[in-house]
Write a protein that binds this ligand. Structure first.
Ligand code: HMG
Ligand code: MG
Length: 305
């Protein structure tokens, strides 16, 4: 890492309503999810993953996806996560125009997550992405297990680059590159993201997606900033985790990232206190401890007053 010039502005893509809630056992009422999303938008979030069109048998929490889209679609950047052809059909019917597709570098993870090998998923996506592009849809490709797989262990960076190249060749607009189980370290993150920025940064956006299982997510975000990355997926309250990736705990908390960036003089356009207020809307339905330093501090301060 080299002490390079840091950006003045960073974009945070809020994934709380999707990644944040998908792993919660309790079904969060649809109206609370909609109020959560609207409150996040009021806090200044302009890019957000709203929900996913996955199988309700596999992920019951996302079974109200159509209602969420109906209640929340506006002229901002709203992504819907989609695993396959059936999900694309639901995407078209919903009138959303930003799609997030997801494939794992590791076959074992992809098989557990969407019941296909990585290559089978790519074969399925190729013609679908061609059509989505013809219809002028924005396509974000989420690259899971880019550093570690819960079943196969360490991932060879070359395998991650190969998968990114395959999506870049299909013409996607963005790569969201994920440390699914929160095992990556800042040095590897710097190396992988520097490489991706150099090789593909001129043709698409590159975004970092960090789960905070071992407390390294903020350090990894800083490493990304040094590598020239200016987009990060974050989740209000540090909610999150993939039901099919054992050990994947919450995403890095939006409010913790905002605090760090704002203290560094980097603008996000988002109000940190308002994010914490948004978290309070879903908190009563969440069964596990939140992983958010700023949320905890705010609660302690209110308890003392
Ligand atoms: P499958 O069982 O192989 O599906 O599941 P199938 O094609 O054999 O179809 C079986 C049944 O599912 C059929 O219904 C289909 O219609 C239905 P039936 O005839 O039995 O009534 N079906 C669907 N229903 C609704 N929406 C669909 C859909 N597709 C089929 N899209 C499938 C394959 C992909 C559906 C399943 O494995 C699945 O839903 N997986 C989703 C897993 C998931 O949501 N994981 C979390 C998101 S990824 C993530 O969190 C990682 C990320 O954050 C980055 C990171 O951190 O790494 C993005
Ligand atoms: Mg994730």
């Amino acid at each position: 890492m080299s002490g390079s010039i840091l950006p003045e502005k960073v974009t945070l893509v809020e994934v709380g309503p999707r990644d944040g809630l998908q792993n919660e056992k309790n079904l969060v009422p649809t109206e609370s999810k909609i109020a959560f999303i609207q409150s996040l938008k009021q806090a200044g979030v302009i890019e957000m993953e709203l929900t996913s069109f996955v199988s309700p048998k596999w992920v019951p929490q996302m079974k109200d996806a159509e209602e969420i889209i109906h209640g929340c679609l506006d002229d901002q950047t709203n992504y819907v996560l989609v695993p396959n052809k059936k999900g694309v059909e639901r995407f078209y019917a919903s009138r959303a125009d930003h799609i997030a597709v997801f494939v794992g570098v590791s076959d074992s993870f992809n098989q557990n997550n969407i019941n296909r090998t990585t290559e089978e998923s790519l074969q399925e996506w190729q013609p679908l992405i061609q059509n989505l592009k013809m219809d002028d849809k924005f396509i974000r490709a989420c690259i899971s297990t880019a550093f570690y797989c819960p079943y196969e262990g360490r991932i060879d960076p070359e395998a991650t680059f190969q998968l990114c190249r395959r999506f870049a060749d299909m013409g996607v607009d963005e790569l969201s590159v994920a440390d699914t189980v929160g095992m990556a370290n800042p040095k590897d993150v710097y190396d992988v993201f520097s490489h991706l920025q150099k090789e593909l940064g001129h043709q698409l956006s590159i975004t970092g997606h960090f789960h905070n299982t071992r407390g390294t997510a903020l350090a990894n975000i800083y490493a990304c900033l040094e590598a020239g990355v200016t987009r990060f997926d974050t989740s209000a309250g540090g909610l999150g985790g993939c039901p099919f990736a054992p050990g994947a705990s919450g995403n890095v908390a939006t409010e913790d990232v905002i605090f760090m960036l704002h203290e560094m003089g980097i603008d996000t356009g988002i109000n940190m206190d308002s994010i914490i207020e948004a978290v309070n809307i879903v908190k009563p339905h969440i069964t596990r401890q939140l992983d958010s330093k700023l949320y905890d501090l705010k609660q302690q301060a209110s308890a003392q007053n």
